[in-house]
Design a protein. Structure first.
Length: 431
């Protein structure tokens, strides 16, 4: 068995173990990089660490550090409650508000599961209270998170754009963002219609700031919740400064082309220095599991590059002889695996594997990378993924087995349909 095939099989084993044993895929990938690098590729430690993505490490730490501060000082709560108040009594707008909130959170740097974890409990509580389909509300939350997930300063966007730059592929950060946003927006609109969203437009009610208040809530509990909601709805100095910092990050990256990670860390340090009490725990809330995951996977991919596996695999795809067929197969591989494993890990491994195939120039790199990225993330409503599991856990007063089957069926539809549509729209025209 060739060394290249062994390294690919080890990568497959990493995905299987991470999925079935709930072990961080990045930790497994570091161990695999050590084992394959030393025993198969005859690399020393310097050769193994050559693939460590230091730039992405700083982006992941910096952006999630800043977002952790926003969560700790209540800025994210303020954004959620301010957005909810905008709908007044229009029930049909509540799912769309949840879509926008999660999209905004991921667009400014929240890890997708973190945004879903913040919004899903509120969204599903509203769904239970006002008779909205939990599948509709859950799908809107997840697709909102993925819709904003590829902005130039987001975690997903930083990862994919970083990989594209490292692999010297043609890239377009804005195009990637809008492809993801439009794809998820279209899917959300279809789900809204199919799951009874149009019927909600005929209903109005007095919507409270918090789903836990109102008819049926005890007097004492209502008083406590109203007080908490009032506190969450006020802007104070730390929250205003955090909002300014988030806006400054966007301007620094988009207008002045500054490094997102270094800028985010600088802003986070300033906020921490001025308000240490609200920022003390933020370092512990950095998305360390995600940092470990992507750095481990990309380090292993670096070992694959050092030993020639990337070129070998790319040549194998090219040998299919039909570029369009190879492209759609890659999209389906990404979607199927991502429905059961980490989207970040899939993107970190799949895009580099497609590099030799894209380098031939027969398929447009920008469209193909966008198709791969969106195919690997749009399926995250599956109950086997983190986002889908969060939605399932957050739904109150539902038949969980039935809701699980609904999410699984919906995830299956996403896997079956979306990669083919993205291939037709983004890849075929560029051939």
């Amino acid at each position: 068995m060739s060394a290249e095939l062994i390294s690919i099989l080890v990568l497959a084993v990493v995905f299987v173990i991470a999925t079935t044993r709930s072990i961080n895929m990045g930790a497994l990938a570091f161990a695999a990089a050590f084992g394959v690098g030393e025993l198969v590729a005859d690399l020393d430690a310097d050769g193994i660490f050559a693939g460590f993505p230091g730039d992405l490490f700083v982006v992941l730490v910096g952006v999630t550090y800043l977002f952790a501060i926003a969560r700790a000082n209540g800025t994210t709560d303020w954004l959620v409650h301010a957005s909810i108040r905008l709908v007044g009594g229009r029930i049909a707008l509540i799912p769309w508000v949840m879509f926008v909130i999660t999209g905004a959170l991921t667009a400014i740097g929240a890890v997708s599961p973190a945004a879903v974890a913040i919004v899903a409990p509120i969204a599903l509580s509203f769904a239970a209270r006002y008779g909205i389909s939990p599948l509709l509300m859950g799908a809107m939350v997840v697709h909102g998170a993925q819709g904003g997930g590829f902005s130039p300063i987001s975690i997903y966007g930083s990862i994919v754009n970083g990989i594209v730059e490292r692999e010297k592929l043609p890239g377009n950060e804005v195009a990637l963002f809008f492809v993801s946003l439009i794809a998820n927006l279209v899917i959300a609109a279809v789900v809204f219609v199919v799951c009874g969203g149009l019927k909600l437009s005929r209903r109005r009610t007095a919507v409270d700031d918090d789903p836990g208040t109102g008819p049926g809530a005890g007097t004492a509990a209502s008083t406590v919740t109203t007080t908490a909601t009032a506190a969450e709805s006020r802007l104070n100095a730390p929250r205003i400064a955090t909002l300014v910092a988030l806006a400054a990050l966007v301007v620094a990256v988009l207008a002045f082309d500054l490094d997102a990670g270094l800028t985010a860390i600088t802003l986070a340090v300033i906020l921490s220095a001025v308000w240490p009490d609200t920022s003390r725990k933020a370092v512990g809330e950095i998305a360390w599991p995600t940092v470990l995951l992507i750095c481990g996977v990309l380090t292993y991919v670096g070992v694959l590059e050092e030993m020639g596996t990337i070129t070998w695999a790319g040549d194998g795809v090219s040998d299919i002889g039909a570029p369009l067929l190879a492209a759609v197969l890659l999209c389906y591989i990404g979607a199927i695996i991502s429905a059961f494993a980490s989207s970040v890990g899939i993107m970190g491994a799949l895009i580099p594997l497609a590099v030799p195939f894209l380098a031939q120039g027969e398929i447009g790199a920008v469209g193909m990378v966008a198709a791969l990225a969106v195919s690997a993330t749009v399926v995250d409503v599956s109950p086997f993924s983190t986002n889908g599991a969060l939605v399932l856990a957050a739904a109150p007063d539902v038949d969980r087995e039935r809701f699980f089957r609904q999410l699984m069926a919906y995830g299956g539809i996403m896997v079956a349909v979306v990669p083919a549509v993205l291939w037709l729209v983004l890849v075929v025209p560029g051939i």
